[in-house]
Design a protein around this ligand. Structure first.
Ligand SMILES: [Zn+2]
Length: 483
């Protein structure tokens, strides 16, 4: 999608136009008049359309021009209003096979959110679909602001939103790519591609099997052993000169069969999404490749496939992680936390002021928060960042909510044969998973983001597509500004 900004006194000259209308029936024209005037106002007075957020109503004006009334809902207008209205307009016009449109905006419009809504709506993973089944999108949109608005300011917001959306779109593509096509090697190649196109902003290093063995990444290697695909560790560095260092660690299980503790067959295909954390990290770096932040940001992605091959790890096995902590394997389907153990331990070597890990980690999190929010848990120093993360969630719609890490839960992962065991049972599963991770993140300030529910969904809604949605990219980029 190509988006440009234009400031213009009149609204003449475009065939396809998007106009925002609130629930009072007021059009947001930025002080300008519709061509044809009254002809367009009739149906509004008959209350055919009430301006509800997410709704649209198509009218025709002079010279067969189209005017898509798009609901902005009820004020005061927040980021979500502008974003969801733009998403609804994009989808409504694209459904009519329209490719170009002018978007009439008032001076106070939130251009960043409008562009986000345009770019992220209607997403379909269509790489292997025939032409007639591919996703439909507007390919060219002109944002028409009144002359009183600043074009420079709008262009800056547009560019920022475009970079962020490109990151989210990459994360979605990665999540939706099936396990046979997008294994650990593919994620590593994607990281290299991002670095190559970053104009020198990002450096990447890939550790493969032999290197991982040499450096003691036994937790990661153990999980990957049941697959023919080699485990990898992806390491990315943004802005090495930055004064403050922040590390993002993403779980990259490219397919999770459960291993020897095999999952039930129903919906097992969804386990291609088990690299949603890795997708969030790679998507964030895809956006960073075009952006200037003052911080040094480290991205770590331990990645492998969890399969029940002949050399697969077993329940009862004891693994010595890179940090030296020993892990009793109670269930091979609780593999994400095992690879994150080495990822977190490695991240500490960069001496970050904060480590955030992101993972589709527990079914318990889906039960607790559904698909609408991710859980955040952390150690005491990590908790200091909760408020900022919750605010970022509110602004971006990628909602997060804290869960407790009381010491009363500690005994649940005690093991009679090792330092800890890899499951704490069904109850409180999100918390005991985080408790496990804490053994590898301490003493650095650390927050764990469980996106098991938030990273995908069955229903399309606003800018969220059905399937993998790239959750985390916009959340983290927003958070960097508050860090
Ligand atoms: Zn699993």
């Amino acid at each position: 999608m190509r988006i440009s900004v234009k400031t213009q006194k009149s609204l003449d000259g475009f065939e396809n136009n998007i106009v925002l209308m609130d629930e009072k029936g007021k059009l947001s024209l930025g002080g300008r008049k519709l061509p044809g005037g009254k002809a367009l106002s009739g149906p509004i007075e008959t209350k055919d359309f009430k301006g509800e957020l997410g709704g649209t109503h198509l009218l025709y004006g002079p010279a067969n021009s189209r005017w898509l009334l798009t609901g902005l809902g009820k004020g005061p207008f927040t980021a979500r209003h502008w974003r969801d209205a733009a998403a609804a307009a994009q989808k409504a016009f694209a459904a009519l096979d329209i490719t170009q449109a002018a978007f009439v905006l008032p001076a106070e419009a939130d251009v960043f959110e409008i562009v986000t809504g345009l770019m992220l709506s209607g997403y379909v993973y269509d790489r292997y679909l025939p032409a007639k089944k591919k996703g439909k999108y507007l390919s060219r949109v002109i944002l028409l602001l009144p002359e009183s608005a600043s074009k420079a300011k709008a262009d800056k917001a547009r560019k920022l939103a475009e970079a962020q959306a490109a990151g989210t779109l990459l994360a979605r593509d990665l999540m939706c790519s099936p396990g046979n096509l997008a294994g650990p090697e593919y994620l590593a190649a994607t990281a290299k591609e991002i670095a190559k196109n970053s104009g020198g902003r990002i450096k990447v290093k890939i550790k493969r099997q032999a290197q991982l063995e040499k450096e003691g990444f036994d937790a990661l290697l153990t999980v990957g052993r049941g697959s023919r695909k080699e485990a990898h560790l992806i390491e990315m560095e943004y802005n090495p000169e930055g004064k403050r260092t922040l590390a993002l660690v993403g779980k990259g299980i490219t397919f999770d069969s459960g291993g020897i503790s095999l999952k039930p067959g129903a919906a097992m295909d969804e386990m291609k999404y088990d690299m949603g954390g890795a997708a969030a990290v790679l998507g964030t770096f895809r956006a960073l490749a075009e952006l200037n932040y003052p911080h040094r940001i480290i991205g770590i992605v331990p990645t492998c496939e969890n399969m029940p091959g002949g050399d697969a790890y077993r329940p009862g096995d004891i693994i010595k992680a890179r940090s030296g902590v020993t892990i009793e394997v109670k269930n091979t389907d609780a593999e994400g936390r095992i690879i994150l153990a080495d990822g977190l331990d490695y991240a500490k070597e960069f001496n970050p002021e904060l480590i955030i890990d992101v993972a589709t980690l527990t079914g318990a999190c889906v039960v607790a928060l559904g698909n609408e929010a991710a859980a955040i848990l952390g150690n005491e120093k990590g908790e200091a960042h909760y408020d900022a993360l919750v605010e970022s969630g509110k602004a971006t719609g990628e909602r997060v909510w804290p869960m407790p890490m009381f010491e009363e839960y500690d005994y649940l992962i005690e093991s009679p044969v090792a330092d800890i065991k890899n499951t704490g049972g069904r109850n409180g599963g999100t918390i005991t998973a985080a408790k496990f991770l804490q053994h590898f993140a301490d003493p650095k300030p650390w927050v764990h983001v469980d996106i098991a529910g938030a990273a995908w969904g069955d229903k399309e809604r606003g800018i969220r597509p059905r399937g993998g949605n790239g959750f985390g990219v916009r959340l983290f980029l927003n958070f960097f500004d508050r860090f």
